[in-house]
Write a protein that binds this ligand. Structure first.
Ligand SMILES: Nc1ncnc2c1ncn2[C@@H]1O[C@H](COP(=O)(O)OP(=O)(O)OP(=O)(O)O)[C@@H](O)[C@H]1O
Ligand SMILES: [Mg+2]
Length: 367
């Protein structure tokens, strides 16, 4: 059990988190979410004293770890941590990375450490990579090694600080799957993440951090479906939006496509609707609008409402007044029409940058 009592952390004069009182129970899986700079990492790093509180007390299993004479090494043995950037030893093979702390810190013999490492590599599905070096692995594989290494210390508690945010989108799932498996093994886990579907799926409690504190906490359903406080509500609502800006002709559309697909997966949009969405985006934004502008300023907002199961795309762009209907690319417009149940064009008279707006409602599966 971890308990925070009136914990405040300052850097210089700046208050980062203030007066935190919270208890994390054994077996809890806590997802910490919230805007950048809210103090999520700072809060989590205080649990294993990577950051020392400016005032207040922290207890781990009833012992005050913030006490002057407390031996930090004791807490560190109980608490493993996995970072965004993996932090593997570059000059050691995968299996050596996992064996090393067992030998150095837990005083295990080499055969004991080896046996446990093989078991852990199996757990993260990387046995065939045992003798590779970190640089020979993908990001997702490196992160799985880092998780295995944290587990090698047999910690009671594992802290994850954005374990998937340095990964290519297609590697996020393999790491999330491993973390999900751990959550079923009864480990206490605290996970800072920007992946809200993952947070929802994996945790039993969500901490929304804002205003220098745990601004709201609740079950995933409470936080994501019925948030009580204003800032939580705004945060949660904004998650349903995907905002894309295009301000040069050679913008990487592959990357945008990947972003749209991730958004669709997160919001449980059906594969059929996702195909319509990417098609509508390509035809309207890329084929019709972008090709008509020399210095493009295009803003695209995609919004999915789970309640009404509707997917909308709103596109604003600069240049002269131009209704996509009048495009010379008739085929592109024809395809665009096939994706949507409604297309509305508006001329924007009072906007400095954007002179045109098109709103689409994508057809859904029942249309
Ligand atoms: N070592 C430090 N010295 C001074 N200020 C710091 C230090 N570490 C963090 N901060 C400041 O504390 C605030 C909270 O940082 P923290 O990293 O905890 O936020 P976060 O919620 O994890 O954000 P993100 O989502 O971007 O990771 C920020 O304003 C940051 O600039
Ligand atoms: Mg952080």
């Amino acid at each position: 059990m971890i308990r925070f009592e009136n914990v405040t952390k300052k850097f210089g004069d700046e208050i980062i988190v203030e007066n935190i009182n919270v208890t994390i129970n054994d077996g809890d899986v806590i997802a910490i979410v919230g805007p950048s700079g809210a103090g999520k990492s700072t809060f989590m790093r205080m649990i294993n004293l990577l950051e020392v509180p400016s005032s207040g007390k922290i207890y781990v299993d009833g012992e005050e770890v913030t006490a002057k004479d407390y031996d930090i090494a004791v807490a560190r043995k109980k608490i493993g941590m996995v970072f965004q950037e993996f932090h593997l030893f570059k000059h050691l093979t995968v299996i050596e990375n996992i064996m090393r702390p067992q030998i150095d810190i837990m005083n295990k013999t080499v055969p004991e450490a080896y046996k446990e490492s093989v078991r852990l590599l199996d757990l993260v599905a990387l046995q065939e990579r045992a003798y590779s070096y970190p640089k020979e692995l993908s990001g997702g594989q490196k992160q799985r090694v880092a998780i295995a290494r944290a587990l090698a210390m047999d910690p009671k508690i594992i802290l994850f600080d954005e374990p998937t945010s340095a990964l290519d989108p297609n590697m996020v799932e393999e790491v999330e799957t491993v973390i999900d498996e751990l959550s079923h093994m009864g480990k206490t886990m605290v996970i800072v993440t920007h992946e809200m579907e993952f947070a929802r799926k994996i945790s039993n409690r969500v901490f929304y951090m804002d205003e220098h504190t745990i601004y709201e906490e609740g079950t995933p359903d409470e936080i994501f479906d019925k948030p009580k406080r204003a800032k939580t509500r705004t945060f949660v609502n904004n998650l349903r939006l995907l905002n894309i800006n295009i301000d040069r002709k050679d913008r990487d559309f592959w990357e945008i496509g990947a972003e749209i697909r991730r958004y669709a997966v997160k919001n449980h949009i059906s594969p059929k609707c996702m195909t319509r969405l990417t098609l509508a985006f390509d035809e309207l934004v890329r084929e019709i609008i972008l090709s008509s502008l020399d210095e493009p300023r295009i803003n695209v907002i995609i919004e999915y409402s789970r309640k009404t199961d509707t997917l909308k795309m709103s596109v604003k762009y600069n240049g002269d007044q131009f209704n996509p209907k009048d495009t010379k690319n008739g085929l592109a417009y024809y395809v665009l029409e096939s994706t949507s149940s409604d297309i509305t064009y508006t001329e924007l008279k009072n906007d400095e940058v954007y002179k045109n707006q098109v709103d689409l409602i994508l057809k859904n599966d029942t249309d």
